[in-house]
Every structure is written in C-alpha cells, then in structure tokens.
Write a protein that binds this ligand. Structure first.
Ligand code: PMP
Length: 290
C-alpha cells in the first residue's frame, strides 16, 4: 500500500485520496492516464510519458490545468515521498466532477492524481517459460471511433478481450483491428520474429504508440536487427519463429503459444532473449528519464 498519494497538488494518505461520484472519469471513463516505471529511483522515460499524456488529453479536448514542469515535479515528489526504489506510477487526469449527462464542458476542474505502487502483471516464471495467448474475437477500437493512440481511462474494449483470454485459460489476448489485421494485446504491444527479421504492427493498425515498444525498436536497431512493420495477420503469428509482448508493466515477455499453436520451438527464442537482456541492461542502472 502506498504511503502518500498526490491529489490535485497535495500529498495525502490513501484513505483521503478520494474523488466525487460525479467525476466523469468514473461516470463515463472520461479522462487519460499513464503507467510509468521507477527503476533504481529514476523515473523511466518520464518526459516521453508526460508528452503522450498531454497529447492524449489534447485529442479528447481535456485541458490539463497544470504545466508539464509542475507535473514532472509532482511525479518526482510522489516517488520520493513513498521512498520507492523500484515501482510503478499510475498518473491519471479525469474530466472532473460535473453534472449527470455526457457534456464534458460541465466539468470545470479535472482531477489529477498520482499513485506510486508495485505492479505484477504476469507470474515471474513466465519470463523464462513464455506466455500462452489467444487471439480475441473482440475487435480493437476502430481508430475513427476512439483512437487506440489515446491512452484513455476507458479500457472496456481491452477488458472484454481480457475476459475472453481468462475464460480460455490464458492470461493475455491479441486483438485484431476492424480490417482483421493484428493490432495489439489488451495492455501490451506485440512483436514477432520470422527468418531473422523483427516485425511489429504499424501505428495505422490501431495501436497505442507504446514507449516500451519504441525503446525495444531502438535497441533492436542498435543491435543491427532488421525491422519491418507491415500489416500482420493471424497466419503470421501462427508461423512465427518467436513472439514477445512489450509494455511498461509487462516489460518484455516472451510468448510461446498462440491459439494452441506452439511458437517456434516453444522456448524463448534467441532474438527475444537478446532484446530482453538489452532492455534489462538499459533499465538496471541509469534508466533514462526522457
Ligand atoms: N497497448 C495498450 C493497449 C496498453 O494499454 C499499453 C500499456 N499500458 C501498451 C500497449 C504498452 O505501452 P507502453 O509500453 O507505453 O506501456
């Protein structure tokens, strides 16, 4: 349990960190958020996360009422106040309290809160053995309806796919876009390896521009790995040599089964292992803050 939560400018104990039942974040999922890692007291890629937060907010006409610099300082202050060396930050901006009814302009003041806590998305042994996933029948949001590039507080689309995964006895689901191409998982981006080339769906497939994904792409480039980003189909997943997922909470996790087909040899593949090691190396000492 965190010691102190940052809420609208104050560090308060968790039991005092409350928002109104009239908050449109709660009533309609109207708001934006970021999930950010703390590695060795350093806030990993904070500037990139906050940039994405302000972009998500701009896209949904939500004015974040404090400056980027103040939010940066608030994030650091919350990490410090909780004495966290390694952990996870959840930074949310809700539309704020208003009247019943959708009109966001009836909500004068957004609520901003920052929680610093621990997170475990998948059991530790799966980082050695690999995860089993399914492809979901739940189609990822059409970018013209709600762009997956907006990291909004409304995750129902992903949650429905997650339920399907759990019902099928696995922990994660791959979601297709309305055209039937691979988009992303419920909370992670997806990569495959085929014949020594690294593949990930393009942004136009309707995916969140993952910060872990971007980091892994850069590490792959530095390692001289060829990268391609064409539209991918389920068949590409079924014949892949290797597969892995990336996300702030998940980091880099191998996938060894998809829709009951074994991926490659059913073990963590060499390129996946190389990128896991490169990512661990990047975050273990002086994790970059931008
Ligand atoms: N896709 C979705 C739908 C996500 O929710 C997330 C992480 N929250 C990601 C991808 C991965 O993004 P990032 O690496 O920035 O955490």
């Amino acid at each position: 349990m965190p010691k102190l939560i940052w809420l609208n400018g104050n560090l308060v104990p968790p039991e005092q960190a409350t928002v109104s039942v009239f908050d449109h974040g709660l009533l309609y999922g109207d708001g934006v958020f970021e999930g950010i890692r703390v590695y060795n007291h350093r806030v990993f890629k904070l500037a990139t996360h906050l940039n994405r937060l302000y972009e998500s907010a701009k896209s949904i006409r939500l004015n974040i009422p404090i400056t980027l610099q103040d939010l940066t300082e608030a994030t650091h202050a919350t990490v410090k106040a909780n004495g966290v060396q390694n952990g996870y930050i959840r930074l949310c901006v809700t539309r704020g309290a208003g009247t019943l009814g959708l009109n966001p302009f009836a909500c004068p003041t957004p609520n901003i809160f920052i929680i610093v806590d621990a997170i475990t998305l998948y059991p530790a042994e799966l980082y050695d053995k690999g995860l089993a996933v399914i492809t979901s029948s739940v189609v990822r949001n059409h970018p013209a309806a709600l762009s997956p590039r907006v990291k909004s507080l409304n995750y129902l689309n992903n949650i429905l796919a997650k339920i399907e995964a759990i019902d099928a006895g696995v922990l994660e689901a791959v979601m297709l876009n309305p055209q039937g191409y691979i988009a992303e998982c419920t909370g992670d981006n997806i990569f495959i390896v085929k014949d020594g080339v690294l593949y990930s769906p393009p942004l136009h497939a309707g995916v969140l521009e993952g910060i872990t994904m971007t980091t892994v792409l850069r590490l792959a480039t530095e390692a001289g790995i060829e990268i391609r980003r064409p539209d991918l189909t389920k068949h590409d997943l079924y014949i892949a040599d290797e597969m892995f997922l990336t996300g702030t909470a998940a980091e880099v996790i191998p996938v060894t089964k998809v829709d009951n087909r074994t991926v490659g040899e059913g073990e963590v593949g060499p390129m996946t292992q190389l990128l896991i090691n490169a990512f661990k190396n990047l975050v273990s000492n002086n994790a970059p803050e931008d």
